[in-house]
Write a protein that binds this ligand. Structure first.
Ligand code: B12
Length: 173
């Protein structure tokens, strides 16, 4: 299947090293092996993962974002409701002034057409996701996304992008 990653040109910056990541599913999705697999991959790539698990209510995601102050939020869904649940979640999250610039990506089987999906990127990005990963190349593209970043100017960059023009920036791990 061709690439279907849709990555925002919004002003988000990720710190260029092992990041603090919140991993979560959406409220309706009870699948767990997707989360286990993603956690293992992310940890193997050098990141610290706080896995919220399956069937996570929107309120809890927002609360954890505030309490945990992640560099990145990764939403995974495979039950077919990821598009609707994800759009509702990100709309809610982007309404919060303190979370408006937090990088949040989503991936998996986001519609009811299973692995044949891949058309949800533009709408989910328009709703506020930083990047959307669907299809066979999702993991590969996600890894490439995590690796892209300029060298840090100095010190630990903030989780929230500072104001001013800069492209999506993620570093090699
Ligand atoms: C096991 C399973 C279940 C188990 C889950 C048990 C558990 N504890 O996880 C049970 C029986 C509970 C279940 C229930 C349902 N399931 Co189910 N399930 C599966 C099955 C067979 C395997 C899923 C799995 O574990 N895969 C292994 C993991 C490692 O792979 P993965 O899930 O694909 O995740 C990978 C990628 O998707 C990707 N990815 C996922 N998220 C993200 C995020 C990012 C950022 C990136 C980059 C990549 C990424 O990377 C992951 C790791 O490689 C799949 C079919 C299949 N072969 O995939 C159906 C499947 C996911 N289920 C499906 C459905 C429809 C359901 C039900 C709605 C059925 C029903 N009518 O009740 C319910 C939903 C329940 C709910 N509330 O969510 C459909 C979804 C259809 C769709 N999206 O178009 C599938 C695809 C089956 C099918 N072909 O129809 N299911």
């Amino acid at each position: 299947m061709p690439s279907s990653a849709v990555i925002s040109d919004r002003e988000f910056v990720l710190p260029p090293y092992g990041r603090r990541i919140i991993l979560s599913s959406v409220s309706s999705d009870s699948h767990t092996w997707n989360l286990v697999h993603l956690q293992l991959l992310l940890e193997e790539w050098g990141h610290e993962v706080h896995n919220l698990g399956a069937c996570v209510p929107d309120d809890l995601v927002l609360r954890e974002c505030r309490g945990h102050r992640p560099d990145l939020v990764v939403i995974s869904s495979v039950n077919g409701h990821g598009f609707l649940d994800g759009r509702r979640l990100i709309t809610r999250l982007r309404r919060e002034p303190d979370l408006v610039q937090l990088p949040v990506v989503i991936g998996g089987k986001l519609g009811t057409d299973g692995a044949a999906g891949g058309a949800h990127g533009p709408a989910l990005r328009a709703a506020g996701f930083t990047a959307v990963f669907e299809g066979d190349a999702a993991i590969e593209e996600f890894r490439a996304y995590l690796r892209r970043a300029p060298a840090p100017a100095q010190g630990r960059p903030t989780a929230v992008a500072p104001s001013g023009p800069h492209a999506l920036a993620v570093a090699a791990v």
